[in-house]
Write a protein that binds this ligand. Sequence first.
Ligand SMILES: Nc1ncnc2c1ncn2[C@@H]1O[C@H](COP(=O)(O)OP(=O)(O)OP(=O)(O)O)[C@@H](O)[C@H]1O
Length: 293
Amino acid sequence: MLRIESLTKIHPGGVAALTDVSLEIGRGMFGLLGPNGAGKSTLMKILTGLLAPSAGSVHLDDVDIVARPEFVREKLGYLPQEFGLYPHLTGRQMLQFFLDLKGIAGAGVADALLAEVNLLAVADRKVGTYSGGMRQRLGLAQAMAGEPRLVVVDEPTAGLDPQERQRVYRLLSELGKKSTVLLSTHLVEDVAVLCPRFAVLRQGRVVRVTSPGEARRALAGCIFEGRMHEEELENAGDRFTVTQAFLVEGAMHVRLFTHAGEAPEPRFQSVPPTLEDAFVLMMNDTTDVTRAA
Ligand SMILES: Nc1ncnc2c1ncn2[C@@H]1O[C@H](COP(=O)(O)OP(=O)(O)OP(=O)(O)O)[C@@H](O)[C@H]1O
């Protein structure tokens, strides 16, 4: 169990990146969803011992990991947002370098990991020639090394094409069967695909801890979709909240949430809520900030 209690981080200069964050995370995949600047990377850096909190505590299996960062380092796999590689090393040499840093010995370890992330065939190619997805999979290979108890992955699918994103999803979901995996992302899709539970962070605070199913069910009957002119949208006042606006054959359509659960106009149709609808509403609703888990 990973237990985060009343964690606060004030950066030099007075930016409150995290305020009173509390979370309890068991085995499996847990999502941290929030827009840029919400405080996700700050939280990840504290969990990995790279940054000290201003207040609060973090326990992994009842060990205080802020006081004993060496404990978590032994049990930790980390894929940071900016994952540096030496372009002139081959994939195998690069991975071996990470294994050496972690003190993981054994003849076949690197190749077994390369096979797991499907990079064995390109293990002798220089990593400078790898695609973004291949680099991310190499990053995951080093994060998985040594069967870590806790794996922290920061924006692992950013910039990947759909096929590579699916590959990374499959690897992460396998990893979640063995370890606690904390996945930080600003992409609702990552959470919808992978995370049975997730926390939404906004401006350094936990807005909600929920599951994709729960978040969608809470909006049942309240989401409508239809065509709308831009002037109508501008004059709508607070009758509804738009969760998405998009063009269909050049005409603007919107998805919207109505508090009363009634279509704003007969031409609007009730549609099943998506996690994207729920996320947009959580980001809009200032009252939710008080509903920290
Ligand atoms: N070293 C630092 N010094 C001062 N302020 C910082 C520092 N690191 C982060 N911040 C600020 O803290 C807040 C949270 O940043 P953080 O990087 O944790 O957010 P994030 O959710 O990970 O966003 P992103 O996805 O853009 O990295 C932001 O306002 C950011 O500008």
